[in-house]
Ligand binder design. Structure first.
Ligand code: 5GP
Length: 114
């Protein structure tokens, strides 16, 4: 397992406000929230970035997306709406090398993003 901030959160070496967990995924609040609700959903199986994904990862990634929608719903975001974001690379703004879906909600989102 690659050593990242997120693997340490998964191992409970670093504390986080965990809002959901099952065998495959963990969801916790972002430490530097960019919206009233900002949660990160990560797969327990390490994959560094979406650009590394292959069709072998398709079921896992599909399941992660369904989990993100379920977590957003559990957090009360479904009625007003929310945004799911996956960043990749320098221009995409990825800073942690463990694939994650951002759930952003609780305010209107601008489009296109800056
Ligand atoms: P990225 O920029 O890679 O798409 O998103 C990484 C996210 O992880 C950022 O929004 C950042 O605020 C969040 N983050 C970084 N370190 C920690 C941490 O130690 N705990 C939590 N909860 N979030 C973190």
């Amino acid at each position: 397992m690659a050593d990242t901030i997120f693997s340490r959160i998964m191992a409970r070496e670093i504390s986080a406000d965990i809002v959901f967990e099952d065998d495959d995924a963990l969801a916790f609040r972002d430490i530097d929230a960019k919206a009233p609700t900002h949660v990160l959903v990560i797969p327990k199986r390490h994959i560094a970035t979406v650009a590394d994904a292959s069709h072998e990862n398709a079921a896992m990634l599909g399941s992660l997306l369904v989990t993100a929608a379920r977590v957003a719903s559990d957090l009360g975001l479904s009625e007003d709406g929310y945004r799911l974001v996956i960043n990749h690379g320098r221009d995409g703004g990825q800073t942690v090398e463990h694939l994650h879906i951002h759930i952003l909600g609780g305010r209107p989102m601008a489009w296109p993003p800056g």
